[in-house]
Design a protein around this ligand. Structure first.
Ligand code: BGC
Length: 416
């Protein structure tokens, strides 16, 4: 009897251990920077989806828009031999990790599910390295948007600006209404996000030569000086407390009728939606004046790191779940982005989401789809950070536009 009891206890132990092991294997640890209200709501769609497949989620949030802080934490984790399962990552950062041999291989699942045919080539250039799938793209954002308070726009006559001069007139009107004309957070990546739009508004070719080709003549041109002058003009519409403010708090200023407009990627829409605001009724989404038809994009992808064999099945299931068309719709409706697949219906998306999807398809077709400098889709981090530095110092009045142009050329040359 005693022996039998012990055996039963031992068996229970063994079974418990087995169950525990199964649980450990069916887990993904995910590093990301989706910490605002709208971002967390979108992330929840992914967490719940995985939970429904019995995959548990270990959360590793690292706050900081654009992901600079997250990338620093990631470096420390990988250096100590403890890579997470999956990491939210942008463009060139993915390729840098692939070059280091740190990423896993998603070829089998990509082939089985036909990713090659449905994920746009513009994204595949960052999801693949050396012909192998290394990351699962979850969305396509773009940076050349503006988010206008509808009531303030109506008071200003209701016409959305289509040119730089019309934009300036609108901002003057917002000021006269007693609003903070431009809701902005003084962080390098936010300044750079506006710079994406301002440079693009001076022409696709100018943007391409400057940020994609890194052409010194273009970076040092009078036109670039004009772009910096425009940044200085926009800076004059920002409130006194903007320094260091997080982007979602700037969105909240527009949401709460304290500010007229925010220039920000379409993750801002996630905040408006989370606050119960409706496009067309409470806010208006338009492309930054002068950039209609063109799109500077960034795609959040989950780069899959090399993990121990027992963790690979959950990692692959996560990759498959992300590319599921039903999930792509549910997630991106909340996130504010367009799906990372071309075959997802736009039925569930609001008007801004439908516009994002249509603009993306048109820009791709017309050769007007360009990687965002500010969000790591034009250059590797070294060059991006060199540009950030100059843009931020000029935006804060530490250097004037002429000096910014000279410094931009030198900074980019040094970082290339
Ligand atoms: C990411 C978005 C994110 C935003 C602000 C961007 O770089 O692509 O998903 O919402 O940063 O955190």
């Amino acid at each position: 009897m005693r022996k039998l009891l012990m055996t039963t206890a031992a068996m229970a132990l063994v079974m418990g251990a087995a169950a525990g092991m199964a649980r450990a294997a069916d887990n993904v640890e995910v590093l990301h920077w989706w910490t605002s209200g709208g971002e967390a709501a979108a992330l929840d769609v992914l967490k719940k989806d995985l939970e429904s497949k019995n995959i548990s989620w270990t959360d590793m949030p690292v706050a900081g828009g654009g992901g600079t802080e997250a990338m620093t934490v990631l470096r420390a984790r990988v250096t100590s031999g403890n890579a997470p399962t999956a990491v939210q990552m942008l463009g060139f950062d993915i390729l840098d990790w692939a070059k280091e041999g740190a990423l896993g291989n998603l070829d089998d699942i990509a082939a089985k599910e036909g990713w090659d045919n449905v994920i746009p080539k513009a994204l595949q250039q960052f999801s693949k390295y050396d012909g192998h799938w290394i990351a699962a793209p979850v969305n396509v954002h773009s940076t050349n948007w503006m988010w206008i308070n509808k009531a303030a726009l109506d008071k200003a006559g209701g016409k959305a600006p289509e040119s730089w001069d019309e934009l300036v007139a609108l901002l003057d009107n917002f000021k006269a209404q007693g609003l903070t004309a431009v809701a902005h957070g003084g962080q390098a990546w936010q300044d750079a996000t506006i710079f994406d739009a301002v440079v693009l508004s001076m022409g696709d070719d100018f943007y391409k030569k400057a940020f994609i080709d890194l052409d010194p003549a273009t970076l040092g041109s009078d036109q670039m000086k004009e772009a910096f002058e425009r940044m200085a003009k926009l800076r004059s519409y920002v409130d006194d407390n903007f320094s260091g403010r997080d982007w979602n708090l700037a969105s909240a200023m527009v949401i709460e009728n304290k500010a007229g407009v925010q220039f920000m990627g379409d993750w801002a829409k996630g905040e408006f939606i989370k606050a119960g605001k409706k496009p067309g009724a409470d806010f208006v989404c338009i492309r930054f004046p002068g950039t209609q038809g063109a799109v500077t994009f960034n795609s959040d992808q989950f780069a899959m790191f090399k993990v121990s064999d027992d963790k690979v099945p959950a990692q692959l299931q996560m990759a498959a779940a992300i590319e599921n068309p039903v999930f792509q719709s549910a997630f991106n409706v909340v996130k504010g982005s367009a799906p990372a697949r071309t075959d997802v219906p736009n039925t569930d998306f609001d008007d801004c989401g439908k516009k994002a999807m249509a603009d993306l398809a048109d820009a791709d077709k017309n050769g007007r789809l360009m990687g965002s400098m500010a969000h790591g889709h034009a250059n590797p981090a070294a060059v991006k950070n060199a540009i950030y530095d100059v843009v931020t110092r000029q935006f804060n009045g530490e250097i004037d536009s002429a000096a910014a142009v000279t410094e931009l050329v030198a900074a980019v040359e040094g970082a290339k």
